[in-house]
Design a protein around this ligand. Structure first.
Ligand code: DGJ
Length: 313
């Protein structure tokens, strides 16, 4: 694994899966992310929406392009998935009750005023996904988001709320398609630039961890993590988990997801995006192994390169 270098798929093409997350299912990994394979709209720091990509792998190193599994909708300017919108940070979980694969994503207009969470479903992890709708969870704005599926099957939508000045955690209905009404607002700040973006949640030894960034557009800033004993409980801020050169600007990157490595005990990979605002299609991926102290403190040291042996047998 070479953080920050260009990563190619099995066809030799640069991987396009930005702001993404990885689903582990049936012995394979499925990496979903924003396909930004187009030049920036001239004079802007955005690309038109192409859709959500999916790549599959058995080893997290060799990735097969499964295509754009949720494409933009070009002929309807009113559609949430129109190329002129913002569609970011897809995260997919599998619902064992319904059998469906459920994707949640940030839906917005180019001024980030629409601020909604969109949901799509598929029968297979490789899609195609069918877009259902967007919602304002519990009546609130919703921007950067993730979903977290707990051991007991409950799932939670975790989103930036109140212009990213807090994180809202919303429990989802049994089918994972809508908020069920239970929610908390946590990590509340006075507002930008001190707010929180890019939430990513994982569970280790019965404790929940939430990694997030500050709010400085595409520019890197200091990461932070918080811990809780319950998803809808109290969250305690623990500071910057990154260590090493440029740890104060998250190694020139922004976290997007934390991936538990399948079949390995206590093995987590923290996924980051190294954005290139003036040429977004050349944004890179930084994946690093998580370390934990005896007390459970999270540490993410920089590594120029690493391999899965780091997690032991
Ligand atoms: C930071 C967010 O985390 C990204 O997903 C994206 O929305 C940029 N801001 C846009 O500036």
């Amino acid at each position: 694994m070479h953080p920050g270098q260009v990563w190619h798929d099995n066809d030799g093409k640069p991987i396009q899966a930005h702001g993404g997350g990885v689903l582990s299912y049936n012995g394979s990994y499925y990496w979903y992310g924003e396909n930004k394979d187009a030049p920036n709209v001239p004079g802007t720091q955005r690309v038109e929406v192409i859709g959500m990509s999916c790549y599959s792998s058995r080893d997290l190193l060799n990735w097969t392009n499964e295509g754009v599994v949720l494409p933009a909708v070009k002929d309807d300017p009113g559609c949430d998935l129109h190329p002129g919108r913002v569609v970011e940070r897809p995260k997919v979980i599998h619902n064992t009750r319904t059998g469906k694969f459920v994707m949640w994503m940030h839906i917005d207009d180019i001024n980030y005023q629409y601020a909604r969470a969109g949901v799509a479903i598929a029968d297979r992890p490789q899609g195609p996904f069918t877009y259902l709708e967007s919602v304002r969870p519990c009546g609130a704005d919703s921007r950067d988001l993730t979903v977290f599926q707990d051991d007991d099957g409950a799932a939670y939508l975790v989103t930036g709320v109140l212009w990213h000045s807090a994180i809202q955690i919303v429990r989802l209905s049994d089918d994972y398609l809508r908020p069920d009404g239970a929610s908390v607002r946590v990590l509340q700040r006075p507002g930008p630039p001190a707010g929180r973006e890019s939430p990513a949640v994982f569970k280790r030894r019965g404790r929940y961890y939430l990694v997030s960034s500050g709010t400085t557009g595409w520019d890197p800033n200091v990461a932070e993590y918080a811990v809780a004993d319950r998803m809808l409980g109290e969250w305690t801020t623990r500071g910057n988990p990154c260590a090493g050169p440029d740890a104060e600007i998250t190694f020139h990157a922004q976290n997007t997801h934390v991936l538990p490595v399948a079949g390995r005990d206590d093995a987590f990979i923290v996924m980051f995006d190294r954005w290139n605002p003036n040429n977004l299609q050349d944004s890179r991926y930084v994946w690093l192994p998580a370390e934990f102290s005896r007390e459970g403190d999270l540490r993410i040291p920089w590594r120029d390169s690493w391999n899965m042996d780091i997690f032991g047998g």
